[in-house]
Design a protein around this ligand. Sequence first.
Ligand SMILES: *Cc1c(COP(=O)(O)O)cnc(C)c1O
Length: 458
Amino acid sequence: MTAQPEDYRKALDRAHNHAVEWLESMATRPVAPRQTADEVAAHFRVPLQNRGIDPAEVVDELATFAEPGLMGMPSGKFFGWVIGGTLPAALASDWLVSAWDQNTAMRYATPAASAIEEAAGQWLLDLLGLPPASAVGFTTGATLANFAGLAAGRLSVLADAGWDVNADGLTGAPRVTVIVGEERHTSVDLALRYLGLGSPSVVAADDQGRLRPDALADALAGLNGPVIVCLQAGNLHSGAFDPMREAIDLAHARGAWVHVDGAFGLWAAASTQYADHLDGLGRADSWATDAHKTLNVPYDCGVVVVAKPHLLRSSFGAHTEYLVHAIGDPWENVPEFSRRARGIPVWAALRSLGREGTIALVERLAENARALAQRLAALPGVEVLNDVVFTQVSLSFGTDERTRAVTQALIADGSVWMSGSHWQGREILRISVSNWSTDAADVAASIDAVRRAMAAAE
Ligand SMILES: *Cc1c(COP(=O)(O)O)cnc(C)c1O
C-alpha cells in the first residue's frame, strides 16, 4: 500500500481539529469522564475487520468514541495524583517528535534530536542547580529515572567493594543495603525490585513524611558493606523535602551513594524560595525527576541525572567501562535502546517559558496550593493535615467515614478532580496543583465544588 502525501495531511488535519476541540472543551466540560472503561469498550471491542479503513476516518472514529471516556487531565481543575497538563509549545513539539519519528539512540544517526536533547539537559542542570558535567537521560518517567539512577549507584557501590556487577551479576555479590525513608514513593521499591536489590531498609520519617536524619544515622551505624541511600524531594502527601544536606553528609561519610527521587519536587530547586528546603541537593550522586509532572510536557517523560557520567554509561552502554568519551550517545544514558525523542518537548517547554517563566510556573503551582489550603481550612470541619510547603495539600473532613463520603460526592459531582488517599493512618482527600493553567477562577470553582460535596455528604 502506497501512502499518498494527502493521507498524512487529511489524517493530521482531523487529528488537529479533534485535539483543539478537546483542549478548548476544558473550560466547560466536567473533569470526570462520563463513561466507564467497559462502556467505552463497547465501541472498541469489535472483531478486527478484514479491509483497511481510510486513515482520516480512523482518526474521527477514535476521537468520537474515546471522548466520553477521557479524563480532563489537561484541565486547570484537575488535581488528582500528581499529573500536570501540557504547555502549548511542549504539545506542539511532541507532535513534531512523532512526525519526525527519530529513533533517538545515536548522535550520528539522529543529530538534530541528539543535539536538542543535550541542550534541554544542560538547561535542566542549570535551572535545578545540579553539577553541570552530569549525564542526563530521558526516560519514560520517574520510575525508570529512579531505576537508572539507582542502577548507576548499584554499579558504583559494588565496584567500591571490589565487585563488577556488569561482569558477574548479583549472585554471590556483597549485599547492597538500600536505605529509604518510611514515606518514599512506591516506585522506588519497584525500581529496587527490577535491580535485584530486594526490599529496602526503611527508616522513620517525621510528621511531614521527611526522613529523619537521626534515624538515618542509627541505620548507617549498624551496617557493613555497600550502601545506597535514597532520599525524596517532594512527598506525595505533604510536598515536603527530606533534609538534604544533613542526610547526604551522613551517607557520604559512610561511603554510600545518594539518589534523590524528586519526581515532581526537584523542580522546586529552580526557585530561590526553596533554597533552604533543598540546601545540599547538588551534593547527591544521582537524581530522578519527571518533566511530565511539574514542567507540564506530555506523557511520557522522566529525567535521570548522574553526577559522574561514566557510571550511568557503564550501566546502560554496551561496553562495560567508559573512561574518556566527551559526549556519549543518547541510548547509553537510558534503559531503552530505541525510543522517541522525548527530550524535545522539554527543550520546547523551557524555551517557551524562559528562565523566569519556569521559576514563575513552579512558584505559581505552590501559590495555588497555598490558596486552596487556606480557603478550604476556613470551611467548617475541614482540616489541612500538612504544612503546605509545595504543591500538595492533604485534607480531612473529620472522621475517615466523612472524608470518604465527601471524596465520593466530589467525584460524583465531576466538576473538579481530587484523589482520595490514606496518609499517616487517616483517610484523606489529596490535592496536587500540577497544572500550569490552574488560575484563580479554577481555585474558586474548586472551593465551590468541595463545598457542594460537603453538603451532599451530610
Ligand atoms: C510520580 C512519582 C514517581 C513515579 O513517577 P512516574 O513518572 O509515574 O514513573 C516517583 N516518585 C514520586 C515522588 C512521584 O510523585
